[in-house]
Write a protein that binds this ligand. Structure first.
Ligand code: SAH
Length: 220
């Protein structure tokens, strides 16, 4: 297929996704809709799944992990209420798709992935797409960013049994944290805001993520 035709098909599939799966539900933030329209999701999925890149569901990305459903990426991004000055910590780089969406809306994204091979792949895809405001680390993100610092926003793209204490500690005052919290097979998507050092939490909807494996996550 020639490049132009491939691009046109990608544009059409993204427009369909925007209309049916994002705007058609409750994604209303114009900035979120714009970056979801611009970001080529097919670049983040393995060759054999490219034709399904805009389907309304998660897809395998290797190493037993998945790229989240587009709606879930959009919803979590919208819940973060990002602005151009925000520094964001993301736990679970995976394919790097969510990372790239965040990077287009924030000043800087610091992202941690447990599996080296996925981090390496994600770095390569983001480099090709000229997304250059991202710091990558490999390690246990449940223990927080390895250097002490505060983040305006924190997002977990893997499920935790409870909000990991080191992440709560690294959330800035008035910061927002979004995470799937619950059991290993189903969770509640939680939004927490820090106000005068205390977290105010609310559940948004049910969800299903792969497990956060680490010291402050699931143990295996
Ligand atoms: N946002 C990603 C979703 C990836 S799935 C995407 O859209 O592609 C969740 C990821 O979290 C997996 O890649 C998994 O390896 C990673 N993960 C699990 N436990 C982790 C931990 N303790 N620290 C960092 N990453 C972790």
């Amino acid at each position: 297929m020639d490049k132009q035709r491939e691009q046109d098909m990608g544009d059409q599939a993204r427009q369909r996704m925007l209309r049916n799966d994002l705007r058609g539900r409750d994604i209303t933030d114009p900035n979120v809709l714009r970056v979801m329209m611009e970001m080529p999701r097919e670049a983040f999925v393995p060759e054999g799944y490219r034709h399904q890149a805009y389907a309304d569901g998660p897809l395998p990305i290797g190493a037993g992990q998945t790229i989240s459903q587009p709606y879930m990426v959009a919803l979590m991004t919208q819940l973060l209420r990002l602005d151009r000055d925000c520094t964001v910590l993301e736990i679970g780089t995976g394919s790097g798709y969510q990372t790239a969406i965040l990077a287009r809306l924030a000043a800087r994204v610091c992202t941690i992935e447990k599996l080296d091979e996925l981090s390496v792949q994600a770095r390569e895809v983001l480099r090709k797409l000229a997304v250059d405001n991202v710091d990558f680390r490999v390690g246990d993100g449940s223990a927080g960013w390895p250097e002490p610092r505060f983040f305006d926003r924190i997002i977990l793209t893997a499920a935790a049994p409870s909000l990991p204490a080191p992440l709560v500690a690294q959330l800035a005052e008035r910061g927002v944290l979004v995470a799937p919290v619950g059991g290993s097979s189903s969770q509640t998507l939680v939004v927490a805001e820090k106000y005068r050092g205390k977290l105010i939490e609310r559940g948004v909807c049910g969800c299903r993520f792969v497990r956060l494996i680490g010291m402050h996550g699931f143990h295996q």
